[in-house]
Design a protein around this ligand. Structure first.
Ligand code: ASP
Length: 403
């Protein structure tokens, strides 16, 4: 049986067992089952920094010259930004149609959210440059780690010749080792997924979710529209994949994203799927995907569109055009700054709400179901990276043929 089927079965099993076990079983599950899920997540996290660092260097040095690197880089970031802005608009459209939160009043026991002050754009830019790259890696701060890897990659390309080749071979071998370790970890994923999902289902149960079901429905619909409308179109036009082949090829990574809620954690599997199932070159995946796992968050963008309208509805606020435009702008920036880890989007939502003066108390509402929303958004986040990888792969091939 292939791995994605096994993961899918354990997902279904977790839902069934979680519903049957119910909230009474939460202490038992928290004590005995959840830690196994945490171990699985830790195994994946263990590989994030080594994979990002080595694969970005390998990706850049295999692209070879800085001019080509610049071309691919600009193209990648531009497509990432455009798809992210479209994602927010889709979020608006879906929430505008379903009107989640209309007529709902604030529950008094809404979960508490500690709102971090949203960083300014300049603060985000400054934080991207690591004063101490080892410290950034130790803290698994991915954006500074990426910036460091980019500089090292360019440095290696500029050194060139035999000496550069020695270090390229070294990183190439390191990346290979990382992929092997990841394959070993993935063999445990069906168990990991079961242990991660069971506590969520047992604690939330179907009835608790009822009032917020509309938000979850919006999220699911928005993600499907974006995936089918935007990604399968990109993969079709540039990758030559039918939508079925594209989503089938991505299924393993999508399921892992769905259950781990971490783009960064899904990166290794995404790289494997995109290369093996979608036929994207290693050169492209090792540059486009680590970058995408950190800066391209279309699912998070859909979520920001939906949640801001939802919160506006709950508080009886009418958003005007200017406010909506502001949400698209800050939402796009916020999704770049969102780390590919569980729950990061909720914090960035604070920044978006603040930018248009929506009440931050609204976050408390979303927080209760955030884990579920996170599953959908992370799933979309990583699928978007793969679709863009198809585009870059194809356009680069054509560019090379024409040159
Ligand atoms: N969990 C998401 C991810 O890893 C980020 C988010 O919270 O929106 O892609």
């Amino acid at each position: 049986m292939n791995l994605s089927i096994k993961i899918f079965i354990s997902l279904i099993l977790a839902v069934i067992v979680g519903v049957i076990a119910g909230p009474d079983s939460v202490p038992f599950i928290k004590w005995w089952i959840a830690p196994i899920g945490t171990m699985f997540i830790n195994l994946i996290k263990m590989m994030i920094v080594p994979v990002v660092f080595t694969s970005l260097i390998v990706g850049m040095t295999s692209i070879g010259d800085t001019k080509k690197l610049g071309r691919i880089g600009v193209k990648t970031v531009a497509i990432y930004l455009v798809t992210t802005a479209i994602a927010i608009l889709i979020g608006f459209a879906v929430a505008g149609f379903i009107h989640p939160g209309l007529g709902m009043s604030l529950p008094t026991d809404a979960a508490e959210v500690k709102v971090k002050e949203a960083p300014s754009i300049m603060q985000v830019l400054v934080a991207m440059i690591p004063a101490n790259p080892i410290a950034s890696m130790a803290k698994a701060d991915i954006l500074p780690t990426i910036v460091f890897s980019l500089f090292i990659g360019v440095g290696i390309i500029q050194v060139g010749g035999q000496r550069a080749q020695t270090i390229i071979n070294f990183f190439d071998a390191c990346a290979e080792v990382c992929y092997k370790v990841i394959a070993m970890i993935m063999a445990f994923s069906p168990i990991g997924v079961f242990c991660l999902l069971l506590p969520v289902v047992a604690a939330n149960g179907p009835s608790v979710l009822l009032p917020l079901l509309a938000v979850i429905a919006c999220m699911a619909i928005g993600c499907v529209i974006h995936a089918v409308g935007v990604y399968s179109m990109l993969a079709r036009v540039w990758g030559g994949h039918t939508p079925l082949a594209f989503f089938k090829g991505m299924s393993e990574a999508m399921l892992i994203a769905f259950s781990t809620c971490s783009s960064a954690g899904t990166l290794p599997v995404n790289m494997k799927n995109t290369q093996e199932k979608l036929g994207v070159s290693r050169e492209v995946t090792s540059f486009v995907l680590p970058l995408g796992a950190t800066i391209n968050m279309d699912g998070t963008a859909v979520y920001m569109g939906i949640c801001s309208l939802f919160i506006a509805n709950v508080f009886g606020i009418n958003l005007d055009f200017g406010q909506m435009a502001m949400i698209v702008l800050t939402g796009t920036l916020a999704s770049i700054g969102t780390a590919g880890v569980p729950g990061a989007g909720l914090i960035m939502l604070a920044m978006v709400l603040q930018s248009v003066g929506l009440p931050l108390e609204g976050l408390a509402l979303v927080a209760g179901i955030d884990r579920i929303l996170d599953m959908f958004r992370t799933c979309l986040n990583i699928t978007g990276d793969a679709a863009v990888a198809c585009v870059i792969n194809d356009t680069e091939k054509k560019y090379q043929q024409a040159a």
